[in-house]
Design a protein around this ligand. Sequence first.
Ligand SMILES: NC(=O)c1ccc[n+]([C@@H]2O[C@H](COP(=O)([O-])OP(=O)(O)OC[C@H]3O[C@@H](n4cnc5c(N)ncnc54)[C@H](OP(=O)(O)O)[C@@H]3O)[C@@H](O)[C@H]2O)c1
Length: 214
Amino acid sequence: MQVAVLGGTGRTGVPFVDGALQRGHRLRVLARDRVKAQRLLPVGHGRLEVVEGDAVDPRALEGLLTGVDAVVDVTGPVKGGPKDLRGQVMRELLPAMERHGGGRLVFLTGAGVRVPGDQPGVADRAIRGVMRLAQPAILEDGQTAVAAIAARQRDWTVVRVPRLTDGQLRGRVRVAAHVGGETGTALGRRDLAVFLLDELEERNWSRQAPVVSW
Ligand SMILES: NC(=O)c1ccc[n+]([C@@H]2O[C@H](COP(=O)([O-])OP(=O)(O)OC[C@H]3O[C@@H](n4cnc5c(N)ncnc54)[C@H](OP(=O)(O)O)[C@@H]3O)[C@@H](O)[C@H]2O)c1
């Protein structure tokens, strides 16, 4: 599969890129900083192309999307950057996918983002309450981005996750269709990368927003 990756230099992006190359995919990774990409990614690999640019720049997105089968967005707000990054990216990415292609979209966000059908329990509500106090703009941004995807994109999966860690691969995750199902409070990025790749290939959760955790 030819896959466009946004956020490939991030802590989730790096294990995702490594895993995707191991599975034989061809990748086009958008990176704002080529030197950083060279430090973190196997630049020079025959199936990895780095496209320099910003995720909110329509010209960069055009170069990224042409000819791809799927797009994976694992960007996240960084220090000094806008808190409404994900919504900003969707405002450019979704119309760009309509114009230039891109096929299916897999989008990563936090488990504090709610979708219809969620039945949050006491603990879910408490965690979200803390997030609303600590990071209200980021929570709202995720909600905005997911609403835009569901309204405009035909083939998508939103992957919702709790606190991410950089621990060892465990090789097992729990997946719940909704908040309120059987979910844990953390997930390792290596296991998340495996889930994202499985979902990309198998499309088990198309037009859904599963919650993935350890
Ligand atoms: N950390 C958690 O516990 C947690 C929990 C739930 C959900 N999440 C969500 O999971 C996602 C991934 O998290 P992470 O910790 O793996 O991310 P991360 O390490 O912070 O990486 C963020 C990535 O986004 C890229 N990026 C930021 N602004 C960009 C822009 N304008 N154009 C292009 N790329 C841009 C960064 O590129 P540069 O390398 O150029 O900076 C980097 O590759 C985020 O959306 C986060 O909110 C995180």
